[in-house]
Design a protein around this ligand. Structure first.
Ligand code: GLN
Length: 481
């Protein structure tokens, strides 16, 4: 087995037994990247020299000692580019470390490489990146999902041992599902957002992409906790997620939401998820039907709240405070040209939409009403969690779609997140893990199983995911590159 296909936990063991070293691991990654990156295009940049310096002095006794971790290009790493997939920030270099990066460093990890993404995390395919799309390692003619598509693709292609992404409406879980890796969105407030370039501040969370559930637990261990620099991060205790794995499923109740098994869902996805549910039953879990009736409004509510917040957050990219300045003339012309040339079409669409729903006369009809429905959606989850430990459903309605298929139809693209968005609106934790394959045009495409957990019950969620993973083989399949 090649070094790059190892999980973090396997790699750690080999570091500690001196079978290999952080430098060798980095060199193996470099070679693998050289081989497959021309096809995958998951990275925007990589700084081997900086990573090598860190690898040379890595302390392998630390939990992630010497492990390179790829970072979505929306999280600040001191001295590294941080373009957010946008021309607006092309050439910008971060001047400080995000809190998650400080925490990864404290755990011994090596932030390595910047992952491609949809511009400012708006999209479901990485086709909205200003620097070219990333490809799905299982079929390069298809998308890896988005917006953290680069992060998912490099993990699935064994070009990274793990990666960080961000999830506002599904951007970790959806690409993890389409690329066949594990992706976890923590509870809102579990992980600091300081140093994450904001898209929709009431929804954004940073989380890991990994090859295994245990690795997700290891990375979550490192990045969780209260941060005085992010007032929305909470004081909740951080358990040792990795140490708590390994429980059986006796007495565990999983809720199957009626509204998530709808017509229109791809039959092969439906079949794989139903098979996974039966597998859970055979492991001793009890399956209970639950209802999340307001989910049908989730996409609509999300595209009001997320765009409203984005319109405010992106106001800072004006060529004065942030962003490459364009044009001459008076200040209004300069603003107009900077924003007109710096932002791509999807970002402009969202800023216009968000400004509209917040404008006088429309605020009550759109923004305020959306906030009320958001409360109803959260209530659905609270009621469901009175009966069950976690919710089980598909991550996406379909396997990876062809590049170009939806790029001209924003509404069709928005529906790629129909099953992931409600979890962000409710603020709770969720993850996707591999649960099978769909055969499409002679290619195997991964299918993701979504588990949604109670707020701050990531430990339970990971235990439930781990029990399934350990009794199946899906996570061992490698993309045919
Ligand atoms: N695809 C969704 C959007 O375009 C979610 C993005 C995300 O989670 N960052 O808004």
């Amino acid at each position: 087995m090649s070094l790059t296909s190892l999980s973090i936990s396997e790699l750690r063991r080999k570091f500690r037994s001196r079978e290999t070293s952080p430098i060798e691991a980095l060199e193996a990654l470099e070679a693998r990247i050289g081989q497959v990156e021309p096809v995958v295009h998951g990275y925007l940049s990589r700084d081997y020299a900086a990573a090598r310096t860190l690898a040379e002095k890595a302390d392998i006794s630390l939990p992630l000692g010497g492990v390179p971790i790829a970072i979505k290009d929306v999280i600040n790493v001191n001295g590294e580019p941080c373009s957010c997939g946008s021309k607006m920030l092309d050439g910008y270099r971060a001047t400080y470390d995000a809190t998650v990066i400080k925490m990864l460093r404290a755990a011994g990890a090596i932030p390595f490489g910047r992952c491609n993404m949809d511009e400012f995390a708006m999209g479901s395919s990485t086709e909205n990146s200003a620097f070219g799309r990333s490809c799905n390692p299982w079929d390069p003619s298809r998308v890896p999902g988005g917006s953290s598509g680069g992060s998912a693709a490099v993990v699935a292609a064994n070009e990274a041992f793990a990666a960080l992404g961000s999830d506002t409406g599904g951007s970790i879980r959806q690409p993890a599902a389409l690329c066949g890796c594990v992706g976890l969105k923590p509870t809102y407030g579990r992980v600091s957002r300081f140093g994450l370039v904001a898209f929709a501040s009431s929804l954004d969370q940073i989380g890991p992409f990994t090859k295994t559930v245990e690795d997700a637990a290891l990375v979550l261990n490192a990045i969780s906790g209260r941060d005085p620099l992010d007032s929305t991060s909470l004081e909740e205790p951080v358990p040792d997620y990795a140490a708590q794995l390994g429980h059986d499923l006796k007495g565990v109740k999983l809720g199957m939401p009626r509204e998530y098994f709808i017509s229109g869902i791809d039959p092969q996805v439906d079949a794989a998820v139903r098979a996974a549910i039966r597998h859970y039953e055979s492991l001793g879990a009890e399956i209970v039907e639950v209802s999340l009736p307001n989910t049908e409004h989730a996409v609509g509510v999300y595209y009001i709240i997320a765009t409203a917040e984005a319109s405010a957050n992106l106001a800072r990219f004006d060529g004065v405070r942030y962003g490459s300045r364009a044009g001459a003339g008076n200040i209004l012309e300069m603003y107009g040209q900077t924003r007109g040339q710096g932002f791509g079409p999807e970002v402009k669409r969202r800023i216009i939409l968000g400004t509209y729903v917040l404008s006088s006369g429309y605020y009550d009809a759109f923004y305020l009403r959306a906030q009320k429905v958001r409360t109803l959606i959260r209530g659905d989850f609270t009621r469901a969690f009175e009966k069950v430990d976690a919710i089980i459903c598909p991550t996406t309605p379909e396997p990876a779609f062809k590049a170009g298929d939806r790029s001209d139809d924003p509404l069709k693209m928005y529906l790629a997140d129909i099953f992931t968005i409600a979890c962000n609106l409710a603020g709770t934790c969720g993850m996707s893990l591999p649960c099978g394959f769909a055969d499409v045009d002679g290619k195997k495409l991964p299918v993701g199983l979504q588990l949604i957990g109670q707020p701050f019950q990531e430990s339970r969620l990971l235990q439930i995911a781990h029990a399934y993973e350990q009794s199946t083989e899906w996570h061992k399949a490698a993309a045919p590159l």
